[in-house]
Design a protein around this ligand. Sequence first.
Ligand SMILES: [Zn+2]
Length: 244
Amino acid sequence: MKVRTLTRRLFASLFVLIAALAITPTAAQAAETTTIYRLYNSSTGEHHYTHDANEYATLGRIGWVQEGCAWIAPTQSQSPVYRLYNPNSGDHHYTMDANERDALVRIGWTYENIGWYSDEAKTVKVYRLFNPNEVIGTHHYTTSLNEYNTLGNIGWRKEDVAWYAVQLPPTTPSNGSQSQGGSGASAPFQPSTPQECVVYWTPGGTKWHSTKDCPALGRSHTILSGTVQQAQAAGKDAPCKDCH
Ligand SMILES: [Zn+2]
């Protein structure tokens, strides 16, 4: 009897919680997010970006270098980033500018729909760089101000902010990197991507998951976490279909 009352009470408070979440759309952190993966083609020098974990896995199998998570994007927003493809060079281009999109289509580019969305909270900048010396893979995107400046110093043209990524609340970092404050040692800006790009897996599983809350992980006692590369090194060579 007592247990039943407790259970009922638990369900009641759970219901209140869910209702509260439902009527609080401004809770930005509750917004759904998706991981944008980055790949590198060493024969063309092109970087490729995709939210499609299966495309990421497939390209990795045919020789692209999987560079892990590039940034976290909202699954939906009022600010789409358009993806275009140049059938002559095989190059992809991404832009939030509808005029640029249309101009590229007029000169032969294929519009490949919305690639991902920009975050309206505008907390994490994704920088765009242009390499004037390359024909293919001329644009590069990064959340790292350090990488942005480094490439700028070796001849890339800095093109400022392309769009915005989502800032997730930090998950428990595996090795506490709390070296804030102290003397004015000018440590380069570190993007918060490592913590945001964590994936999850279990010792016995065959897949890796983008969220700890994936229903497929619900029965697991041991949930390991790390980068996509670490997951793959542990033998999890494909993303979970439920949470990707
Ligand atoms: Zn999953």
